[in-house]
Design a protein around this ligand. Structure first.
Ligand code: ARG
Length: 569
């Protein structure tokens, strides 16, 4: 609420000096030292240069101009000009209290719905099926799901689409394996395990023998071109593959509106190539149909000389379908950064096809590393299974709970804590960076972890049990006597700024960082101010309301990250 209001106030004033006021918004920051003020704006220095004026004079002009607005006069107790021309903003108690009451009285905690709701397709998780999900799938799944929740909460129309890799060369390998080495009994018992075994076996044989590699490729071709036997087998395998991933999604509390895998687009691929051809975008090279893009040596291949279509062809078909079906303003692809080049080329081609209005965005992320800083693998060099990771996280959470003497709901709580730890460890990272997977770190009770956040929430809630038998205080005015109360209040008013920061560049870590700051502000407040034994009944009531708003903000914020709270730990 704070940044948003400041931007609205300063926009018309900055517009008198510049065509791009938004460029100056980044210069509004919190004051490091509360003795100077609450927030600080450094517009004047940048503007002064181009105006040929003294920065302090420009600062004074800005201050006088903003203070003509009645909202500003209510919001600011004072605006000081400091140093070379900083505007130091101190908020008035009246404004802070009014905003706090607005937030507390609102089920949405004062977060407004988007003024211009957009339609946004989110392409996330999208694993290649018929193999168990592995550690590499965590990132797209949890980052995508958190963005899904946040955008939806802000009032956008969001379509979560799981673009399954259900049509790739892994099926040719499995089909080949099935035809030569299947174990029906094993399939009956654990179908995906058997398919995985066949996949690994085919992989190994292919690597040893070029002829087998050809046979596998032919199986894929036959599947794609409609061979009855291969299609039937595919249809027989798929439900098990879907069950397998659904089980993981249920545990992770992740959902989709659509699951339109690559197979869905098979019949549309010839048309993609035709359209590209009509637009004169195709060049033949060694029999393959290619799209050459300016400044790039390697082309994007859309059809191989043997007639096979590629990943890029499917992505083009997908964008066409999504535009037709959903008319989105943006399509976000939450995919590993190693696919950057693919997305750059595919977006460029899509624009050439006329999809210029839609914001096609690769929301990329780094790799999950093991403790040795190399891509996370098991001792034997295999990729690490996702379910095993979930099991282990839950198991370790349970151990911690038992050690701490927890007796009720141990399993349910352990499951919430373990899964939350895993998700939060991912979401709290800058998504561009690689990060090291560590159970000890993610389950630590201190630091920016889910465990700490859940504990902070449970601790706030425990006050209500002691104060009024678990009942939350009634909504009403919040007042303060100690600076740590005011600091907590101001932090609570930053919730929507944090959400705005997330959606600006699709970075959930801005939300987790905010929640961590909030939990810390709460700790300081709690150390300094007695809630249950407050100086007066009035102060006690006000502090309980502050606790309540903190609990609700933590809960909502964690929910938007896909994290469930626990009321006791
Ligand atoms: N299945 C792909 C993979 O596992 C990711 C798909 C991402 N989405 C897309 N539209 N290309 O690498």
């Amino acid at each position: 609420m704070i940044l948003n209001t400041l931007e609205t106030l300063f926009r018309p004033i900055l517009e008198k000096y510049t065509d791009h006021p938004e460029k100056f918004f980044g210069m509004i920051t919190r004051c490091n030292d509360p003795k100077f003020g609450d927030y600080q704006a450094n517009f004047a220095m940048g503007l002064a240069k181009s105006l040929g004026k003294k920065p302090r004079d420009v600062a004074a002009e800005l201050r006088d101009a903003v203070m003509e607005n009645a909202v500003a006069r209510e919001m600011f107790e004072k605006i000081d000009i400091a140093g070379p021309g900083f505007l130091n903003l101190t908020f008035s108690e009246t404004w802070l209290k009014k905003m706090l009451l607005t937030a507390a009285a609102d089920g949405r905690l004062g977060i407004p719905m988007a003024e211009k709701p957009q339609t946004i397709v989110l392409d996330y998780s999208s694993p290649n099926v018929a193999k168990p999900m592995h550690v590499g799938h965590i990132r797209s799944t949890v980052i995508g799901n958190s963005l899904y929740r946040i955008l939806k909460f802000l009032g956008h129309r969001v379509i979560g689409d799981n673009h399954l890799g259900d049509w790739g060369t892994q099926f040719g390998m499995i089909l080949w394996g099935w035809k030569h080495f299947r174990d029906e009994a094993a399939f009956a018992e654990k179908p995906v395990e058997e398919l995985t075994r066949l996949y690994r076996l085919a992989r190994q044989k292919m690597d040893e023998n070029e002829a087998i590699a050809d046979e596998c490729r032919r199986e894929t071709e036959k599947l794609h071109s409609g061979d009855a036997e291969n299609r039937a087998l595919w249809s027989r395998f798929m439900p098990f593959c879907l069950d397998e991933i659904d089980r993981v999604y249920r545990r992770l509390d992740v959902t989709f509106d659509e699951t339109l895998g690559e197979s869905f687009y098979n019949d549309r691929l010839p048309q993609v190539v035709e359209i590209l051809q009509e637009k004169g975008l195709i060049t033949e090279s060694d029999g393959a149909k290619c799209v050459f893009l300016p400044g790039r040596e390697a082309p994007m291949i859309v059809q191989k000389s043997d007639g096979a279509y590629l990943y890029a062809t499917t992505d083009l078909a997908t964008v066409m379908y999504r535009m037709e079906q959903f008319h989105p303003d943006a399509i976000l692809y939450i995919v590993d950064h190693r696919q950057s080049e693919h997305f750059e080329m595919f977006f460029e081609t899509a624009r050439k096809l006329g999809y210029e209005q839609v914001d096609l965005r690769h929301v990329k992320f780094g790799t999950v590393l093991g403790e040795d800083r190399r891509p996370f693998k098991t001792r034997s060099g295999d990729t690490v299974g996702l379910e095993g990771l979930l099991d282990e996280a839950v198991e370790r959470a349970k151990k911690i709970l038992v050690e701490n003497g927890t007796e009720t709901d141990v399993d349910e709580t352990a499951s919430r804590i373990g899964i939350a730890a895993l998700k939060y460890a991912d979401l709290s990272q800058n998504r561009d960076s690689d990060y090291i997977f560590s159970y000890d770190k993610m389950l630590a009770m201190n630091g920016n972890t889910a465990t700490y956040m859940q504990y902070a929430y449970a601790r706030v809630c425990s006050i209500f049990t002691k104060a009024n038998d678990g009942k939350r205080p009634e909504c009403g005015p919040i007042d303060w006597t100690h600076p740590s109360e005011r600091a907590l209040a101001m932090e609570l008013l930053r919730f929507d700024d944090a959400l705005a920061a997330v959606v600006k560049d699709y970075r959930p870590n801005f939300l987790s960082n905010y929640l961590y700051d909030l939990a810390n502000r709460y700790s300081v407040f709690f150390e300094n101010c007695s809630v249950l034994r407050a100086e007066s009944e009035e102060i006690r009531r006000s502090r309980l309301r502050l606790c309540d708003l903190t609990a609700r903000t933590l809960q909502k914020g964690l929910e938007l990250l896909g994290i469930q709270v626990v009321s006791r730990m």
